[in-house]
Design a protein around this ligand. Structure first.
Ligand code: GLU
Length: 282
């Protein structure tokens, strides 16, 4: 079966060299008869900008990349995420969470400690104990709420899971490390974890390539795939690019933005060579 990869940037800033590496890596893995897709992760309407989407396409085309159309824009597929949420809800795995950040922080401080998950302290589970009647009363009163996954229940239902990373080898999934993750935010209809899992399946992605910073997230994605009966791809979490002082490149590093490099006269060939991709990917 031919490999299907994707590059899935969030349009919240300009692409930098780290993104270029990631995009070239994905395209390169699909080079021999595979398909390279582009997905715009713009589910967070408060941070996404149309101008950045245009910039992403411009930068990638400049790099010499081509992708199979159409581009999937998450904001155009909210029904797909809603359907997944309904399914998880029917399985009894979802509960509304009315907590503010402040309430969560106070609860953690009062408890004296909170187990750390890969995304920070784990949610202490305040709203998991709400009765259905109380949750409904708060909803009726117009209180904003997120939707969380009851992780203990979900993990028990799914049973032991594993996944394969091309670089790290076989990995035992440990989604419990995250605690009750958010599936839909108060201000966004789906969380990153949910949207990515649904999208990779719907787009037929067979090899998920992305930076090592997202390695832990795969534990959760593997669980969601099992719960939602989605196909299981392979993964390749690649190295992260750092600046001269060893810090991971971020959107704040304007000098490394592809646009700045282009404006400064750097050629796409030079960027590709700098990143170790000497031939045109497609
Ligand atoms: N949208 C994510 C980001 O820009 C990447 C998601 C993924 O590759 O799974 O960091």
């Amino acid at each position: 079966m031919s490999v299907v990869t994707r590059f899935a940037p969030s349009p919240t800033g300009e692409l930098h060299l780290g993104h270029a590496f990631s995009a070239l890596f994905a395209a390169d893995r699909a080079r021999d008869g595979g398909r390279f897709l582009l997905r715009i992760e713009d589910i967070d309407a408060t941070r996404s900008r149309a101008a950045f989407i245009a910039g992403i396409e411009e930068d990638l085309a400049w790099l010499g990349l081509d992708w199979v159309r159409p581009i999937r824009r998450q904001s155009e597929h909210l029904d797909d995420y809603r359907a997944a949420l309904v399914r998880l809800d029917r399985m009894g795995l979802v509960y509304p969470c009315f907590c503010t950040r402040g309430e969560i922080a106070r609860e953690i401080a009062a408890a004296g400690e909170a187990p750390q998950g890969p995304d920070g302290p784990r949610y202490p589970g305040l709203c998991r104990a709400l009765t259905a009647a109380e949750a409904q009363r708060r909803k009726d009163a117009g209180a904003p709420f997120a939707l969380r996954l009851d992780m203990a229940k979900a993990a028990a239902l799914a049973g032991p899971l594993s996944w394969t990373d091309e670089a790290a080898g076989p990995v035992q999934a440990q989604p419990e490390l995250f605690g009750d993750i958010v599936l839909a935010r108060k201000d966004a209809p789906a969380s990153y974890h949910l949207a990515v899992s649904v999208d990779d399946a719907l787009q037929g992605v067979s090899l998920v390539t992305r930076g090592l910073d997202l390695f832990p997230a795969t534990h959760v994605h593997r669980l969601l795939q099992a719960l939602l009966d989605l196909p299981v791809p392979r993964w390749h979490h690649h190295r992260l690019l750092t600046d001269a002082s060893g810090r991971r490149l971020a959107k704040r590093d304007k000098a490394a933005s592809l646009r700045s490099l282009r404006m400064a006269g750097t050629s796409a060939g030079e960027v590709r060579a700098m990143l170790g991709f000497y031939t045109k990917s497609r």
